[in-house]
Design a protein around this ligand. Structure first.
Ligand SMILES: NC(=O)c1ccc[n+]([C@@H]2O[C@H](COP(=O)([O-])OP(=O)(O)OC[C@H]3O[C@@H](n4cnc5c(N)ncnc54)[C@H](OP(=O)(O)O)[C@@H]3O)[C@@H](O)[C@H]2O)c1
Length: 279
C-alpha cells in the first residue's frame, strides 16, 4: 500500500503535530507493532510511563530505522509522580525506557491528587523542557478551567490537551476551549475502544463512502480542524486503514448526524479519585 503523507495540526504557537498518531496503551511489549506502524507511515507515537509500553516503543523506534527527528514521540508522567523530584526522576526513567535523549511532547497524565500544588507540577514540566528533555509540553485529562490554571502557572507554553473524544462523547465545550486557548485537541479513545463498530448511522455513511466505520469516525475528528487522533491497534490491516482518512470528505449533514450520536454515558476513561469534574 502507498505510504500516506499525514497532515499536521498546528497549535497557536505553530507547533505541528501529525494529525493521526499511534496509541500504545494495552499493547505490552509492542516493539514489533511499533516498528510496523512506522513502516506503514505513522510518525506520531503516543506512550506513557503508566502503560508499560515505553521499552517496547523504544525498541520499535530503533528497529524501524526511521530517523529520530522524523518521529513525533509523546510520553506522560503519571499522577503518582507530580512532586518536582518524583517528576524529574520519572522523566529520566521514561527517556531511558525509550532509549532517546528527548521526547517531542511530555504530558502531565492526569491532574494532581494528594493536594500537590499545580504550580509545582507545571514548574517541573517546564524544567524538563528547558533541560531539553522534551521539545513541547501539554496536559491530559484536565478540564478547561484546570487547563487555564495550568497555562497561567506554566513558565512555558502548552501546545495540546489530550482527552477522550469520539462520536459518543460530547466534547463541544472542551473543543471550544482548546480553540480559544490555541491548543491542539489530541483525541484519545478515538474509536471508543471498539464501541462504535456496530453503529447504524456511522455504518450507513461508511457503506455510502466505501470506507470503514473506523475511517468515518477518524475522518469526523479530522474535519474539526484543531483535532489530532491517536488510535491504537495490534492489527496491521487496521493500522493501515486508520491512515487512509485524508482522501475523502464528510458532508456537513454527515458531520452533524455523527455529532448527534453523543450519549450521556459515552465516557470510557473515568477513574475514580483521579478524574476531574469533566466539562
Ligand atoms: N491520556 C490518557 O489518559 C489516555 C487514555 C486512554 C487512551 N490514551 C491513548 O489513546 C490511545 C487510543 O485509545 P484506546 O487504545 O483506549 O482505544 P481506541 O484507539 O479508541 O480503540 C482501540 C480498539 O480499536 C480497534 N481498532 C483500531 N483501529 C481499528 C480499525 N481501523 N478498524 C477496526 N478496529 C480498529 C483495536 O483493535 P485491533 O487491535 O484489533 O485493531 C482496539 O480494540 C491509547 O492507546 C493511548 O495511547 C490516552
Amino acid at each position: 500500500m502507498k505510504q500516506v503523507q499525514i497532515p499536521t495540526v498546528s497549535s497557536a504557537q505553530g507547533v505541528q503535530i501529525p494529525a493521526i498518531g499511534f496509541g500504545t496503551s494495552q499493547l505490552g511489549d509492542c516493539s514489533e507493532i511499533v516498528a510496523k506502524a512506522l513502516e506503514l507511515g505513522y510518525r506520531h507515537i503516543d506512550t506513557a510511563w503508566k502503560y508499560g509500553s515505553e521499552k517496547g516503543v523504544g525498541a520499535g523506534l530503533r528497529a524501524s530505522g526511521v530517523p529520530r527527528e522524523q518521529i513525533f514521540l509523546t510520553t506522560k508522567v503519571s499522577h503518582e509522580y507530580l512532586r518536582a523530584d518524583d517528576f524529574a526522576r520519572s522523566v529520566d526513567e521514561s527517556l531511558r525506557n525509550l532509549q532517546v535523549d528527548y521526547v517531542d511532547l511530555l504530558h502531565v497524565h492526569w491532574p494532581t491528587i494528594d493536594n500537590i500544588p499545580l504550580a509545582e507540577t507545571m514548574a517541573a514540566l517546564a524544567k524538563a523542557k528547558r533541560e531539553g528533555k522534551t521539545r513541547h509540553i501539554g496536559v491530559a485529562n484536565f478540564n478547561i478551567a484546570l487547563v487555564e490554571e495550568a497555562m497561567r502557572l506554566s513558565p512555558e507554553p502548552l501546545v495540546t490537551l489530550q482527552a477522550e473524544y469520539h462520536p459518543y462523547l460530547d466534547q463541544s465545550k472542551v473543543l471550544a476551549g482548546c480553540r480559544r486557548l490555541g491548543l491542539v485537541f489530541t483525541a484519545y479513545c478515538p474509536l471508543a475502544r471498539g464501541r462504535l463498530f456496530n453503529d447504524a448511522v456511522i455504518g450507513e455513511i461508511a457503506r455510502k463512502k466505501e470506507k470503514t466505520i473506523a475511517q468515518i469516525a477518524l475522518r469526523w475528528l479530522m474535519q474539526q480542524g484543531n483535532v489530532a487522533a491517536i488510535p491504537r491497534s495490534a492489527n496491521p490491516r487496521h493500522m493501515a486503514e486508520s491512515l487512509q482518512v485524508f482522501d475523502f470528505d464528510l458532508t456537513g449533514d454527515e458531520m452533524s448526524r455523527i455529532s448527534a450520536l453523543k450519549r450521556p454515558d459515552g465516557r470510557i476513561a473515568n477513574p475514580k479519585g483521579r478524574a476531574p469534574a469533566w466539562d
